[in-house]
Design a protein. Structure first.
Lengths: 508, 143
């Protein structure tokens, strides 16, 4: 069977294609490009914080711009497009349909991402990914801030279009012989996260417009000098972006649901509890947004309500962990690279969740809020869980996309180094937070504990950097010169897989 | 679905829910206690602006970047901001409250030992956010 990628074809044929695997490939390449761009900014941040005083970044303005673009890039231009890449490759074949429901809309949703990325990178705004007013209204320099707002606006529209497409594809285009209870858990994860996007994103879209008109001086929604309230922005922002956390993590868990049973050579322990936990997370995710705002002067009652809403999400997340562990229990596991990433991701997911319980408890949050604890906490999710699941899945789909095998040894080295690095950076940052180091600071006083912790974290970051260089070399070399893969059973696990390449070469 | 009994998972979920209920109840009880401001607490108005802290005592004396308080007394901070959002923080005493323009947020503490502690800003506020620092001096009562 000839794989699509091995046929010589001009690049414009892929670029102007609306076929779901071609759009998936575009998403994949774009998201990985931004992974390396955003990751290099992180190395800059860590190098700067290796010692007190100015190291490699000349001034705090540059530093503030770097961490803003780092966060924006990795969340909106790596994690979300990467999930869309996987969804594009797999969701149509999992529901046994010939393509996405709206192929042209699908291509349009993708093509909104590069201009948005260009706006964010050329602007290089400095007001953090949270764009807090009144700072973002009265203090943040334009046009960077305005370019960021437009970039995010475009990305929001792109997400909603992509989400609508997934929902319609799954609910309306699935094969008539399949009931909704038979679609794989990966497809369930896309259904849940897409529904969250459709409900959550419009709120932030409105807030962004209000922020823009505030910046232009024609309105004062969030500007206290004109009678507005910055807390209103915080509510609108977190109403979108706390559920958005689940939008990021749910597809990654879905990817683990594809990898773990396959490499354990066992069916999933409980399909029903996986579905239940996805749907629960999608609903409960909306009840916890203001736990980001305990310190803004909320009343005791408000804080209590949002603490309960936050804790309510824990059992659902814990059900996923249980499901994974129970599936691996007494199984003949083959620890190929994708499985190592998935298992490592679960371990870090558990740690991240445990740390999250601490943040949600009201009195403890006043110790950890806006310190490096929080930085370590959410990076264990975005890096430890989501990037680990995603990279594992990338290794898993690599033979189907390229028709070649990656180098297994390098893949394992990549995992081991990344895992060590992630633990060094983000566990240490939790401790740093307990010592009281605020986040988003360019320089810090020479407190011995702070210096030691920062140095461990910076060394961990360099280890991750090295592992990512190995990853890049492995991917590029193997895509062109790797061993041809056995596309029926590339990992030697037996059984049938989902074969994205069959979407263009139907054999039956 | 897969035909096997699922009781281990239900026990596990029940344990997790019980744990969360315990965490929630403890947090609720603690927060309720620490939000109770003593009636004799002295008021200090804390003003955050780019990029320093100003403190105004009840008797009208003002301090910039430094705050002198006496050991064993309770103080209630009224935290306000002149420009953008800041967050008033004395990490050693777990004092943390956002300074938000247009609002007065309150938080209190009662220092129990003589000493010096760092005051810092924990909410991103721009160029010199990293150095928006001060010092808290806890001294023996003067009289």
């Amino acid at each position: 069977m000839t794989l699509e990628l091995q046929k010589p074809r001009p690049i414009w044929q892929i670029m102007f294609s609306t076929h779901h695997t071609d759009v998936g490939l575009l998403y994949l390449i774009t998201s990985l490009t931004f992974l390396f761009l955003g990751g290099s900014l992180a190395l800059g941040i860590r190098a700067e914080l290796f010692l007190p005083g100015s190291q490699i970044i000349a001034d705090s303005m540059t530093f503030n711009r770097i961490f803003t673009v780092h966060g924006t890039t990795l969340i909106f231009l790596f994690i979300i497009p990467f999930a869309s890449a996987v969804g594009n490759y797999y969701v149509p074949i999992m529901v046994r349909y010939k393509d996405m429901a709206y192929p042209k809309l699908n291509a349009i949703a993708f093509w909104m991402i590069p201009p948005a990325g260009v706006l964010i990178w050329l602007g290089f705004a400095d007001f953090t990914w949270y764009a807090t007013p009144p700072y973002s209204i009265i203090s943040a320099p334009g046009p960077a801030a305005d370019m960021w707002i437009f970039g995010l606006k475009i990305l929001g529209v792109s997400s909603v279009l992509g989400a609508l497409n997934f929902v319609v594809t799954i609910l309306k285009c699935k094969h008539p012989d399949m009931s909704i209870g038979q679609i794989p858990l990966l497809a369930w994860s896309f259904l849940s996260s897409s529904l969250i996007i459709i409900v959550a994103i419009p709120t932030f879209a409105a807030a962004l417009l209000m922020l823009l008109t505030d910046r232009l001086g024609v309105s004062g929604f969030f500007n206290p000098a004109m009678g507005g309230d910055p807390i209103a922005y915080a509510h609108l922002f977190w109403f979108t972006f706390h559920p958005e956390v689940y939008v990021l993590v749910i597809p990654a868990i879905g990817m683990m649901y594809e990898i773990i049973p396959r490499f354990s050579r066992k069916p999933i322990y409980s399909y029903n509890s996986g579905v239940f936990a996805f749907v629960m997370l999608a609903i409960v995710g909306f009840s916890s947004w203001a736990h980001h705002m305990y310190a803004t002067g909320m009343s005791f009652t408000e804080k209590t309500v949002f603490m309960v809403g936050t804790l309510a999400a824990v059992p659902a997340s814990a059900m996923h962990v249980f499901n994974f562990v129970a599936t691996m229990w007494n199984a003949r596991i083959r620890f190929s690279t994708p499985m190592m990433w998935a298992v490592g991701g679960i371990a870090l997911f558990f740690s991240a969740g445990a740390g999250g319980v601490v943040n949600s408890a009201m009195p403890l949050d006043f110790t950890t809020h806006d310190t490096y604890w929080v930085v370590g906490h959410f990076h264990l999710f975005v890096m430890g869980t989501i990037a680990f699941g995603s990279i594992g899945y990338l290794y898993y789909m690599f033979p189907y996309v390229t028709g070649r095998m990656y180098n297994e040894t390098l893949g394992k080295i990549h995992f081991v180094l990344s895992f060590i690095g992630t633990v060094l950076v983000f566990f240490t940052q939790h401790v740093l937070g307990l010592y009281g180091m605020p986040r988003r600071i360019y320089d810090y006083p020479p407190i011995p504990e702070w210096i030691a912790m920062n140095q461990i974290a910076s060394i961990g970051a360099m280890i991750i950097g090295i592992s990512m260089a190995i990853f890049l070399a492995n991917m590029i070399y193997s895509a062109g010169k790797g061993k041809p893969a056995d596309t029926d059973d590339p990992f030697g696990l037996g059984g049938r897989y989902y074969y994205p390449f069959e979407a263009k070469n139907p054999s039956h | 679905m897969s035909g096997h009994s699922n009781w281990p998972e239900w026990i596990y979920v029940a344990v997790v829910i019980a744990l969360m209920a315990w965490v929630g109840a403890e947090a609720w009880e603690t927060e309720r206690l620490i939000e109770h401001v003593p009636e004799d607490a002295k008021i200090i108005i804390v003003t955050g602006q780019q990029w320093f802290w100003t403190f105004e005592h009840e008797d009208g004396t003002k301090e910039i970047g430094e705050l002198h308080v006496e050991v064993g007394k309770a103080y209630k901070f009224e935290v306000i901001s002149k420009d953008v959002n800041h967050s008033f923080n004395i990490h050693d005493y777990v004092v943390l409250m956002d300074a938000i323009p247009g609002r007065v947020n309150t938080v209190w503490f009662a220092p129990d030992k003589v000493g010096e502690h760092d005051i810092q800003c924990r909410e991103y506020c721009g160029l010199i956010h990293y150095n928006m620092r001060g010092t808290l001096y806890v001294t023996e009562p003067s009289s």
